[in-house]
Design a protein around this ligand. Structure first.
Ligand SMILES: Cc1cc2nc3c(=O)[nH]c(=O)nc-3n(C[C@H](O)[C@H](O)[C@H](O)COP(=O)(O)OP(=O)(O)OC[C@H]3O[C@@H](n4cnc5c(N)ncnc54)[C@H](O)[C@@H]3O)c2cc1C
Length: 398
C-alpha cells in the first residue's frame, strides 16, 4: 500500500489548482468562503465552467463525456475545489442518477438524460425517502400501477433536497405489493412538470428552504422512463447509495472550514489576546485537526485499496461517521469562537451584498445558521447509527 501521490498526481493537483484559481468566479468564491447563501444559478454557472473544460463529471467514464479520472484524481479534484471555495457539485444528477443510467439505463435513456446532467441544463432531485421509510427504505409505499404504456403514480416523498428547482426526480416506487418489500420496487424517472405533482417546502431549523415534500396524485409516467426491469429497482437503489457514499468524508471541506476557524480565532480575543493563543481553545482546535489528519490517512488507504482494484467496502461507513463528526465539531467551534455574536439567526444578512447593520463582525453572520444546518450531515446519506450497524456487522463481525 502506497499512500504517497505519484508525480503525475502531484502535477494533476497543480493543474486543477491553477484552473480553479483562474476560472472560479470571485462572487461565488466569496459566498462559499464566508458561508453566505448560494443561489441555484451559482451551482449551474460553476458546473457549466467545469463542463466547458471537460471536467463536468469527475467520476464519469470517457464514453459518457467524463474525463475518465481515477478515484485518486477525483479525490484531488474535490480537495482542490473545496480549498479554493468552489461550490460542491449538486450530487443528485451527476453522482447519483447518472451512474445508475450509465449502468442500467437503456441507450435511449443514456442519450436523452446524460448530456443535460453534464451541462447542468437539467436539475435532478432524489425521491427515495417517505414519511415512515427513511432508514427502513424498503418499506416505501408510493405506488405505481401500470396502465397501458404509462405508470400511474400516487404517494408522497419527503426531505427532497432542492426539489423546488428540479426538472426531474428519480423515484423508488412500489410496483408489486404482494412480493417481499425489496422485490416489489421499481426505479422511475419522472418529469417534475407532469400534472399531479405538488412540491411543498419544509423550512428547517436554520430557516432555510432546502428540503421539500413531493406529492404525486395520479401522475402519468411513460413506461420508457422505467430504468432497467420492473421490480428490480432495489438493486439499482443500492448501487446508487454506494455512489452516494464515495468521497463522503468531506476532507477538503473540513480543511477549508478549519482554516476559517483559525482565521476567526486569530481575530477574536480573550483577555486582550487572540483566542487562538488561549491554551484551552487551541487544544480543541488541535484535537479536531488531529482527527482530520487521521481521517485523511484512512481516506488515502481506501483510495489506495481502490487503486489496487479492491472494491470499496464497509470502510466507507468509517469515513462517513468520522467525516461528519469532524465537520459538525468545526461548526460547533465556529459558533463558540465568536461567543454571543453567534446567537442571532439572521438569514437576511447571509445574502451576499447585504447592506444592513449586522450584530457583530461580518464573519459571525452565518455561523449560527451553518451550525444548525450541518446537523443534517449525520442523518442523510445513511444515518450515522445505521453506519455503526454496518461496521458492527461487516467489520467487527457482531
Ligand atoms: C437535510 C436532509 C436532506 C435530505 N435529502 C433527501 C433527499 O434529497 N432525498 C431523499 O430521498 N431523502 C433525503 N433525506 C432523507 C434521509 O435519507 C433520511 O432522513 C434518513 O435516511 C433517515 O431516515 P428518517 O429521517 O426517516 O429517520 P428514521 O429512519 O426514522 O430514523 C430515526 C432515528 O432512528 C435511528 N435508527 C433508525 N433505524 C435504526 C437502526 N436499525 N439501528 C439504529 N438506529 C436506527 C436513526 O439513525 C435516526 O437517528 C434527507 C434528510 C435530511 C435531514
Amino acid at each position: 500500500m502506497d499512500l504517497n501521490f505519484t508525480p503525475d498526481e502531484v502535477a494533476f493537483r497543480q493543474e486543477v489548482r491553477d484552473f480553479v484559481a483562474d476560472n472560479l468566479p470571485a462572487d461565488i468564491r466569496h459566498k462559499v468562503i464566508n458561508g453566505l447563501l448560494l443561489q441555484s444559478e451559482d451551482y449551474v454557472r460553476w458546473q457549466k465552467i467545469l463542463h466547458a473544460k471537460g471536467w463536468g463529471g469527475p467520476g464519469w467514464r470517457k464514453e459518457f463525456g467524463g474525463p475518465g479520472w481515477t478515484p485518486t484524481q477525483q479525490y484531488i479534484f474535490d480537495e482542490e475545489c473545496a480549498a479554493a471555495g468552489a461550490p460542491r457539485a449538486i450530487p443528485f444528477g451527476l453522482k447519483m442518477v447518472a451512474p445508475v443510467i450509465m449502468q442500467y439505463g437503456s441507450p435511449a435513456q443514456q442519450q436523452r438524460f446524460l448530456p443535460k446532467i453534464l451541462s447542468a441544463d437539467e436539475w435532478w432531485c432524489q425521491g427515495y425517502s417517505e414519511p415512515g421509510a427513511g432508514s427502513d427504505l424498503a418499506s416505501l409505499k408510493t405506488r405505481a400501477v401500470r396502465e397501458g404504456d404509462h405508470y400511474v403514480v400516487n404517494g408522497q416523498k419527503t426531505w427532497t433536497t432542492q426539489g423546488q428547482y428540479a426538472d426531474w426526480i428519480f423515484c423508488l416506487v412500489r410496483t408489486d405489493t404482494e412480493a417481499k418489500p425489496q422485490r416489489g420496487i421499481s426505479f422511475l424517472l419522472i418529469d417534475m412538470k407532469t400534472p399531479g405533482i405538488t412540491v411543498r417546502p419544509i423550512i428547517t431549523m436554520d430557516g432555510a428552504h432546502e428540503v421539500n415534500e413531493v406529492w404525486f396524485e395520479n401522475v402519468r409516467v411513460p413506461v420508457e422512463n422505467l430504468v432497467g426491469e420492473e421490480n428490480a429497482g432495489w438493486t439499482y437503489a443500492k448501487f446508487l447509495l454506494g455512489h452516494e457514499r464515495t468521497n463522503i468524508a468531506g476532507i477538503g471541506i473540513a480543511k477549508r472550514e478549519l482554516a476559517r476557524l483559525k482565521r476567526i480565532a486569530t481575530l477574536e480575543t480573550k483577555h486582550g489576546k487572540p483566542l487562538i493563543k488561549d491554551p484551552m481553545f487551541a487544544a480543541r482546535i488541535a484535537q479536531v485537526e488531529i482527527d482530520l489528519t487521521a481521517l485523511e490517512i484512512t481516506n488515502l488507504r481506501v483510495l489506495s485499496a481502490e487503486a489496487e482494484r479492491r472494491a470499496p467496502g464497509p470502510e466507507a461507513s468509517i469515513l462517513k461517521i468520522k467525516g461528519t463528526e469532524i465537520q459538525q465539531a468545526i461548526t460547533e467551534l465556529l459558533v463558540q469562537v465568536v461567543g454571543t455574536y453567534a446567537l442571532p439567526l439572521r438569514r437576511d444578512a447571509m445574502a451576499a451584498g447585504y447592506q444592513g447593520d449586522p450584530v457583530g463582525p461580518f464573519y459571525a453572520i452565518p455561523l449560527a445558521a451553518n451550525y444548525l444546518n450541518m446537523r443534517k450531515l449525520s442523518i442523510y446519506g445513511g444515518s450515522n447509527e445505521i453506519q455503526k450497524n454496518i461496521i458492527a456487522q461487516m467489520i467487527l463481525g457482531l
